[in-house]
Design a protein around this ligand. Sequence first.
Ligand code: HAM
Length: 435
Amino acid sequence: MSETKKTRTEDLFSPKGMRDIAGNDYYRFQGFFEKAQEIANFYGFEPIETPVLEKTEVFATGVGEGTDIVEKEMYELKTKGGDSLVLRPEGTAAIMRSYIEQGMMNRPQPVYLYTYGPYFRHDKPQKGRYRQFYQFSVEILGKTKSTLDALVIYLGYKILEEAGIKDVSIKLNSIGDKESRTEYLRALTGYYRKFVNQLPPVDRERLKKNPLRILDSKEEKTKELNVNAPQALNYLNPVSKKHFKEVIEHLDELGVPYTIDHTMVRGLDYYTHTVFEYFATVSSEFGDGTESLALGGGGRYDYLAKRLGSKKDIPAVGMALGVDRILELSTTDLAPRIMKKPKVCFIQLGIEAKTKSLAIIEALRKAKMPLFHALGKDNISSQLAQAEKMGIPVAIIFGQKEAIDGTVMVRNMENRQQKTVPIEELAEYLKKMKI
Ligand code: HAM
């Protein structure tokens, strides 16, 4: 008989960069999604959920072959049938795929959508960077209007504010339409070609594949060269200039703070016109300095539809927030609505009481009385101590005698007064206590 290798529990722990979300952390995620949905819903956005797996081309062509996401970070799998699928690294290309597939162009335009859930990037895990992470995003598809760009930026800002993120800064830029972008790319390529011998290998490669990416290079030498690189805003044609000017006017009107950052181009290829990112200042992991952490980003993507095979352009704009990072920074209580602070603690004692307990608990659930129970415990003093620790104002004590009499003992935890109440009057009695 061949000897099988003994499994060690730690060999089965969750994959690197992925984690379990449980307990209070789970409630905070739920609470955040509930708040974000409430805001999006108010502004007329509808929910959508696309599959976690998509055909590889959705992102390879949608997000762009030369991007880090597609080149290095996609989890790709081959199915037994030979299809090539990926775990979605982002949501925008999938939503555009869905808009086209579902014929949403036949609905009144624009279509306002929101979505949230897990995304996957094979990134280097570190604080605020996971391989399975969560986004909340909004997308408006079908119109070119600058008001929509401003609405998307505003919405992200409001969600961050309500989630308790203070001092959000917004970086804004425009890379213009196709014509402006072509002109700009020509100027940019010309500029870096002059310095090609000074460019580090990674940026020399980018010069061939995706020169815009050189602008957010982390290489020191490139950063120096970037200072004098041509700026996209100087290459905007009149249409693009007008669009950007209007976005800025709307943001000023809405009182949304922003700074224009001409080096910001974003790491995905589908953008046109407006691009933006939300930042918070956090203390850096090493040393005692501070650094900026991107809490979200987005922009307009008027030509993505054609990249995905649409015959017509479908103008669109959207943004995604990085929920893991937001929750790591937020100190606000983000409990979801289903979480209610218990008002009564149900304490039982003895086998007779235990079997009858569930019926009483169920009656109180129907009466919408938030309750905490410790059915797994037998000892009355440990159950009372728990009620005290949780600051629950009323305890219901259900012992052997009460079980026989069909009553419970209601105890006011503050003044310790107790009263015997028939079970059928309990819900009404508790309501009258106005706890
Ligand atoms: P993105 O900038 O790639 O944009 O991602 C948006 C946000 O997701 C980031 O700002 C960050 O907060 C969070 N994020 C990204 N990668 C990770 C990670 N590995 N771990 C934790 N958080 C992460 C997009 O995804 C676009 N689809 C946004 C968009 C929507 N553009 C138009 N519509």
